[in-house]
Design a protein around this ligand. Sequence first.
Ligand SMILES: Cc1cc2nc3c(=O)[nH]c(=O)nc-3n(C[C@H](O)[C@H](O)[C@H](O)COP(=O)(O)OP(=O)(O)OC[C@H]3O[C@@H](n4cnc5c(N)ncnc54)[C@H](O)[C@@H]3O)c2cc1C
Length: 407
Amino acid sequence: MEGPIPPPNGGKVLVIGAGLTGALVSHQLAEAGYQITCVDQGHIGFGSSSRSAACIRAQFSSETIVKAMVYAIRFYKNFGTTMGCDDEVIIQNGYLYPFWTWHEDLWDKAQTQALNMKEWGLAEVELLSPKEATERFPFLLSDGLLGARFSLTDGFLRPDVIMGEAFRHCREEHGVQMTLNCAVTGFITDGNQVTGAQTQKGAVEADVVINCTNAWTGQLMKNLPRPNNSFPVVSPHKRFLYFVDAGDVEIGNWPMTVLPSDAYCHPEHGKLMMGWKYNSRPEPDFKPEDQDKLGVGFHLKHTPVHYGHLMLQEMGFYLPEVQCMPGIHSAACGYYGVTPDSHPLIDWDPDYAGLIHAAGHSGHGAMFAPATALLVQKLLMPEMEIPFTLDHFRIKRDFTHGERNVI
Ligand SMILES: Cc1cc2nc3c(=O)[nH]c(=O)nc-3n(C[C@H](O)[C@H](O)[C@H](O)COP(=O)(O)OP(=O)(O)OC[C@H]3O[C@@H](n4cnc5c(N)ncnc54)[C@H](O)[C@@H]3O)c2cc1C
């Protein structure tokens, strides 16, 4: 349900959630002239944003996402200038997708996708022959290698600096109010119009409230009665990262490498960070402290064989030098907020006016945050021109056409 009328510049906006999405949405709207209050139940980066692998790529399968990610990469490259700081927040060491003879179908798709990506604005994407791939990336298994897709403009982000500097700029330049350690406990409504929120520190009135709570969306929405199941599920699922001691193996120049099975790794602080999606059960009522609980089957100490060993085995087969590494050093985890098609919900609420959602970022909320912020501004200022469309992110959409390149 729209606005009903988007408030003019200077209108009051309450942003719930101080992760990467909340930080960049607050910043985008503050720059546009809105008066922002941002609240979080914990500190800045209390949720997934400080538990993220924070990789960024424009190699996606749909036009909208490729264009949005080309925009996001440019945003992060210009971050220092925008925020008035010296920090680089994006490290562009590339994303590599290698394929072997037993993945012929996937390699065919990867090549077609590369042509599409170029057409949609990702000029840097390259297709490498087996010889080119092993010359540039000698850590790849050469037996049976069919080729690889690579883009050097992809890489990884520094979420702590992004959130810290964006909120600093918000406060110093735009007087954005921040209230931390203060959960939103309910909404203030007038009929079907949301006019603010109840928090642990009192009521906050606003022309528009923006939900940037991602995996907590289901819990937050319990505060708004709905006549039907008109709101799609944002399902909290655990994801795990393992960090491998590289020993004498030189990994500093390895790009992010995504295997055909979607297991991935990249160097981080001298370790090899590995991730692999896992079909974990949804945890709709998770507590903040659950975010770091690895649990049986995943914890290094409690389990003789854990999920990290499977990842290590997968990596070691395709990247044989991994077999020479001393072993797994540590593990971490956090929640994805997953939608049925893995695209976020960025739209007005279907039942309540004055409420916008920017949540359900699945595995790409860190990289997508600049695009999310722009799309939220577009909802408030519909006449604005932006380089990609909102349609993919509407709450009332066909969820059967999901993003194929999700890890
Ligand atoms: C292991 C792992 C690896 C990942 N890897 C990548 C990756 O490589 N690239 C990528 O782009 N993305 C990745 N992601 C996903 C990415 O981290 C998230 O999509 C992104 O951080 C979401 O940011 P957010 O600000 O929307 O949500 P969050 O960072 O979770 O922030 C939500 C905030 O809302 C607050 N909140 C919740 N409920 C309330 C309430 N009632 N009142 C007040 N505040 C509330 C929370 O405290 C929290 O701070 C990964 C995630 C995980 C867990």
